[in-house]
Design a protein around this ligand. Structure first.
Ligand SMILES: *[C@@H]1O[C@H](CO)[C@@H](O)[C@H](O)[C@H]1NC(C)=O
Ligand SMILES: *[C@@H]1O[C@H](CO)[C@@H](O)[C@H](O)[C@H]1NC(C)=O
Ligand SMILES: *[C@@H]1O[C@H](CO)[C@@H](O)[C@H](O)[C@H]1NC(C)=O
Length: 385
């Protein structure tokens, strides 16, 4: 009896020990063009921070299904792919993954290639060639999203077929196959056959953010962990991390293959009435662009902690996330405390780990007084506990 119990305990410890382990960090190629303290390149990336570094993004050529390097400088002198490879000297366990797609690549090209057996084969061959050439460990497909944004219903099956063909081709070399998927219940329900997807890939990075933003016409947090009492409709109550992850699990995704996506950024609004700062308050547009990320409506955590200290801080204890307000600017984001709640949540569900978007908007220079990468280090610390 005692022995049996001891075995059970050690199995549980073993399972927990390896399930809460993935820390997938996105490296984005365009951040080298940012000004001042916002400029980020591979030399800023410590080799021992993450278990996987995903290079984002490469693209897909619709006419032949081949992989294309999107950054022109990369191929003619920047060589960040080689710099990433050099991180292995310091950390031989680091996995390098090349990520294809992303929001700006759209959905239609992927829909077209996935529907055609010849193009699918070219795509698989082209990715294999890339992995061999750059000595990467795996491939991550970020198709946003099957059967959405110009895609069609057949995408859902074709996506699985494509992934199964990748899996088969990767087997002899043991390459990692992962996907980035929507963390929204309605969106995930539209785009994926979850059970088959779970069988086809090694890891599923759930993009559990961008639930709200200036693409709507009212104020909302971009990545609440839990619903708010102000969420009224079923749809509103489903737009949060917990609902998204529970949906993926309830449809048969293996918990140990799911990585919970956590942002190191935020989304903001320009309030229509600066006196109304509550959730669902009317807004007149995105927040003003930050000096590093330079895109109205999204702000990096590094910008917030370095430059927005004169904003008033609020903690939403229902949603377990912070926001800051000044005048007509309202910004919801993630900080060390909300990251802590999210990682604990991921562990409580037995997930494989977390994914973070992205390295370049954490306080990677350690300007704000909590050391370098304060958010990603919270993830690492809690995952290893
Ligand atoms: C990358 O960053 C390092 C350190 O900040 C810098 O010395 C180097 O010039 C940068 N490389 C490029 C290509 O910008
Ligand atoms: C998922 O989609 C199906 C049909 O497409 C629908 O009947 C079902 O209600 C949806 N489920 C959720 C949770 O949205
Ligand atoms: C803020 O806006 C919401 C949504 O329009 C409204 O229900 C609420 O009464 C407003 N609150 C204040 C203080 O104006």
């Amino acid at each position: 009896m005692i022995n049996f119990f001891a075995i059970l305990v050690s199995i549980t410890l073993f399972v927990n020990g390896c399930t809460a382990a993935n820390l997938v960090c996105f490296f984005t190629s365009w951040t080298v063009y940012r000004p001042g303290n916002g400029k980020y390149n591979v030399s800023n990336l410590p080799a021992d921070l993450c278990t996987h570094v995903n290079y984002g993004f490469v693209g897909l050529q619709e006419w032949d299904g081949s992989l294309s390097i999107l950054d022109d400088w990369e191929a003619n002198g920047l060589y960040e792919l080689d710099h990433l490879k050099a991180l292995r000297v310091k950390n031989p366990d680091l996995k390098l993954v090349v990520s294809m797609g992303g929001w700006n690549e759209g959905s239609e090209k992927y829909s077209h290639v996935a529907a055609d057996p010849k193009l699918r084969k070219n795509m698989v061959d082209s990715v294999l060639e890339f992995l061999d050439k750059y000595e990467f460990d795996g491939f991550d497909l970020d198709w946003e999203y099957p059967d959405q944004r110009g895609g069609e219903e057949e995408d859902i099956e074709n996506f699985i077929t494509l992934l199964q063909e990748f899996k088969q081709a990767f087997a002899p070399k043991n390459y990692i196959l992962s996907v980035d998927v929507s963390g929204g219940v309605v969106s995930a329900n539209t785009s994926y056959h979850i059970k088959e997807l779970g069988e086809a890939v090694d890891m599923i990075n759930v993009m559990a953010y961008d639930y709200h933003g200036a693409f709507e016409d009212y104020v909302g947090h971009y990545a609440p962990l839990y619903a708010s009492h102000m969420d009224e409709s079923e749809l509103q109550r489903s737009l949060n991390v917990k609902s998204g992850i529970e949906f993926w699990l309830s449809r048969g995704a293996p918990a140990e293959k799911l990585n919970l996506g956590i942002g190191t950024y935020g989304r903001g609004f320009t309030l229509a009435d600066p006196k109304n700062i509550s959730l669902y308050a009317p807004m007149s547009g995105p927040c003003t662009a930050g000096p590093y990320t330079r895109e109205a409506g999204t702000i990096g955590y590094n910008e917030i902690c370095e430059l927005y200290s004169d904003y008033t801080y609020y903690w939403d204890d229902e949603q377990k996330v912070p926001h800051i307000v000044k005048g007509n600017q309202w910004i919801g984001y993630d900080n060390a405390l909300s990251v802590q709640y999210k990682v604990e949540f991921a562990k409580s569900k037995g997930l494989g780990g977390v994914m973070t978007w992205s390295l370049d908007t954490d306080d990677f220079r350690g300007i704000c007084g909590d050391g370098k990468y304060p958010l990603i280090r919270v993830m690492k610390k809690l995952l290893n506990q």
